[in-house]
Design a protein around this ligand. Structure first.
Ligand code: KIV
Length: 279
């Protein structure tokens, strides 16, 4: 059965933790979906994990639509949320509704995610009014990396902690159905989770949230440029891939791959004729 805004809300009410992972393509989405993860985020983190940029800022609407459509084809039960890339919603409410609509119409996502609090509440309200569920994103919002002066934990000072709490109330009031809390102290995330009616999804925000999200490359040990403190490797797939690539190279070079069982047969008479004609 497809997960929906209603099933996710019920999970919060019942204290049943919500699981979320990123995906950017059909095959991985199918594996995540098959594992019973309830929500898939097509994150603009694809700028780093898939496209090799240093941050998420260069990611375009076309990138997001392309990858969201691939993921949607693989997600039979998981609820698919697509990230709105940098400058696809900050510029105007009109742009925000139009671009959110494209992620639904062309990417076949069930919801969109955008970063920010009070400053994007008009956009959240307008997108929600267009019947598109919106997931908000507070704390360390990667599209603000230049304004923050880097990827830094947010909400440690009294002033900033209060601002994040106020933003959480505002995005809920504007209509957000869910909020991602990234890289904020565990106790602050727990308080916000207790205060809000909508589910909170943590990443680097401790166990008190209603659910958790990780970038799948991080949790599988496939992205090794840097490892944030909150990341746990649930597998060493990066190492397994490197070993498989090396084994493949060695077997091709030694001509032990492909073996007989990997080849197709042809009638000997046909080959004899071909040899006679050409050799
Ligand atoms: O882009 C992304 O993958 C995200 C998660 C880290 C929450 O926004």
């Amino acid at each position: 059965m497809k997960n929906t805004v209603l099933t996710l809300k019920k999970q919060k009410e019942e204290g049943n933790k919500i699981t979320m992972l990123t995906a950017y393509d059909y095959s991985v989405a199918k594996l995540i979906d098959g594992a019973g993860i309830e929500t898939i985020l097509v994150g603009d983190s694809l700028g780093m994990t898939m496209l090799g940029y240093e941050d998420t800022l260069p990611v375009t609407m076309e990138d997001m639509i392309h990858h969201t459509a691939c993921v949607s084809r693989g997600a039979k039960e998981a609820f698919v949320i697509a990230d709105m890339p940098f400058l696809s919603y900050q510029t105007s409410v009109y742009d925000a509704v139009l671009n959110a609509g494209r992620l639904i119409k062309e990417g076949h996502a069930q919801a969109v995610k955008l970063e920010g609090g009070a400053s994007v509440c008009e956009q959240i309200k307008a997108i929600t009014d267009a019947q598109i569920p919106v997931c908000a994103h507070l704390g360390l919002t990667p599209q603000s990396t230049n304004a923050f002066g880097g990827f830094k934990v947010q909400g440690k000072s009294a002033e900033r902690a209060k601002q994040i709490v106020e933003d959480a109330f505002k995005v809920q009031e504007a209509g957000a159905f869910m909020v991602v809390l990234e890289c904020i102290p565990e106790k602050l995330a727990t308080l916000i989770t207790e205060l809000l009616d909508i589910p909170t999804i943590g990443i680097g925000a401790g166990a008190g949230c209603d659910g958790q999200v990780l970038v799948y490359h991080d949790m599988l040990g496939m992205f090794t440029d840097f490892k944030p403190k909150f990341v746990k490797h649930f597998g060493n797939i990066g190492e397994a891939m490197t070993k498989a690539f090396t084994d493949y190279k060695d077997e091709v070079k030694s001509a032990s791959y492909p073996a007989k069982e990997h080849t197709f047969k042809i009638d000997d008479d046909i080959m004899e004729e071909l040899y006679k004609e050409y050799k």
